[in-house]
Design a protein around this ligand. Structure first.
Ligand code: COA
Length: 380
């Protein structure tokens, strides 16, 4: 019997999971049963990270204990900061983050043990260290000294503080929290699959997360948010959006960044929340250009996709780009911010994977030649 090929693993279920469910037809996303819209409106990133690693939301005491467990880990080994200082100036933040995660294994006393206790211990370190690493690299490449975390601040607050050196306003911290909650988890997306597949060899957490960071960086995955902003910057004004979109769609292989999804057939619920956040920020800051351009791009894409009978809607990366722009982040920091959030989801999946592991080993349908005779090199 001919094997079935599912290119891009489309429609393939690799295991069961308790962490997250996406209903792509209805545009619903739940983390352990809780609707993403409610979590984004009401929960902090720490509560969500706890939820992803446990069965339920934390009580007040459990949350305080979780925060205390994170606190000692915010600092990163000075050797990593030293490495950043030696990186060529053009080094992209995602390359820096990926290398830093890999280096962290060398500074961990017990990097290889994959017992659930040890995996959880490393997870706490990484959740605390990702914002420090991303912020430190951004400062170092601009000739600024890294800022030590303030143990009194939340992860969202600390990330802003470590980036800017100024204590963030509650409003900015809240926007950051919402963004982190929305990006924390999303089922068997490419980077999470890569993390689980890597861990399925029973290699260590650092290797699995290094691989996941590399996967997230791609423009078809987490790298799309950076591409969205690069596109908006290149387009420059609302009146040029239509031409830009039509030019891309003239090529059947053309993809407008920030649109489309493998699972959602209707609007990604995270995009809706981020649209509202972007609108509010645009009103408050008076810097409405990026939001207006985004709305126009959505309008043109809706019209064009409807004409073509396709269901291609904005995804999480589309409005996050204008949100981050209005928060003052450079475009190439958007994907590291995604990673700062997604580390908690990756860790939730590694806990599941190591708890009941089975090596991932798919197959390829061979279509090459067979039966060839070896010719000695002198005869070729
Ligand atoms: N722009 C234009 N057309 C798009 C599109 C986009 N961003 N995304 C999908 N489509 C169209 C394709 O033209 C395709 O049409 P066809 O069936 O006539 O060939 C159809 O929708 C299905 O697209 P396909 O690329 O096969 O779907 P997929 O499940 O493989 O792709 C993505 C999903 C995310 C890779 C794809 O939508 C994409 O490249 N988006 C842009 C990158 C992005 O924003 N990534 C972040 C995802 S969260």
């Amino acid at each position: 019997m001919e094997p079935t090929i599912n290119r891009g693993l489309d429609g393939i279920y690799i295991d069961t999971s308790q962490v997250c469910h996406i209903d792509g037809q209805r545009g619903e996303l739940i983390y352990r049963g809780y609707d993403i819209r409610e979590l984004a409106n009401k929960a902090s990133y720490e509560e969500v990270a706890y939820l992803l690693w446990h069965d339920d939301l934390p009580t007040r005491t459990q949350l305080e204990t979780f925060r205390q467990q994170l606190r000692p880990h915010f600092a990163v080994p000075p050797e990593i900061l030293e490495h950043f200082r030696r990186c060529p100036l053009a080094t992209q933040p995602m390359h820096a983050l990926r290398s830093a995660v890999s280096m962290l294994a060398a500074y961990d006393d017990n990097p290889d043990e994959v017992s659930l206790n040890n995996v959880r211990r490393i997870g706490l370190k990484l959740v605390a260290q990702f914002p420090t690493i991303a912020a430190a690299f951004e400062r170092i490449r601009h000739g600024l000294a890294p800022v030590a975390a303030d143990p009194e601040l939340s992860i969202a607050g600390n990330f802003l503080y470590q980036l800017t050196g100024a204590k963030p306003t509650p409003a900015a911290t809240r926007v950051m929290d919402v963004a982190l909650v929305l990006h924390a988890e999303h089922g068997a997306n490419a980077s999470t699959f890569v993390a689980r597949a890597t861990a399925s060899t029973l290699t260590d957490v650092y290797s699995a997360i290094t691989a996941a960071v590399g996967s997230l960086k791609g423009p078809l995955h987490g790298g799309a948010n950076t591409e969205v902003m690069k596109a908006l910057e290149a387009i420059g004004s609302v009146d040029k959006i239509e031409r830009y979109v039509l030019d891309i769609l003239a090529d059947p292989k053309g993809r407008v960044m920030g649109f489309g999804h493998r699972v959602y057939r209707v609007l990604d619920p995270r995009a809706n929340v981020l649209r509202e956040v972007a609108e509010k920020l645009a009103e408050e800051s008076g810097e409405s250009k990026w939001f207006e351009m985004s709305l126009e791009m959505e309008r043109v894409m809706d019209r064009e996709m409807e004409k073509r009978g396709k269901q291609v809607k904005p995804n999480v990366d589309f409005f996050s780009a204008s949100v981050y722009r209005m928060l003052g982040f450079p475009a190439d920091m958007y994907t590291p911010i995604f990673a700062v959030a997604r580390i908690s989801g990756w860790m939730a999946h590694l806990l599941e994977q190591y708890a009941d592991n089975r090596l991932m080993r798919p197959q390829l349908v061979y279509q090459g030649p067979v039966g060839r005779r070896f010719k000695p090199i002198a005869e070729r």
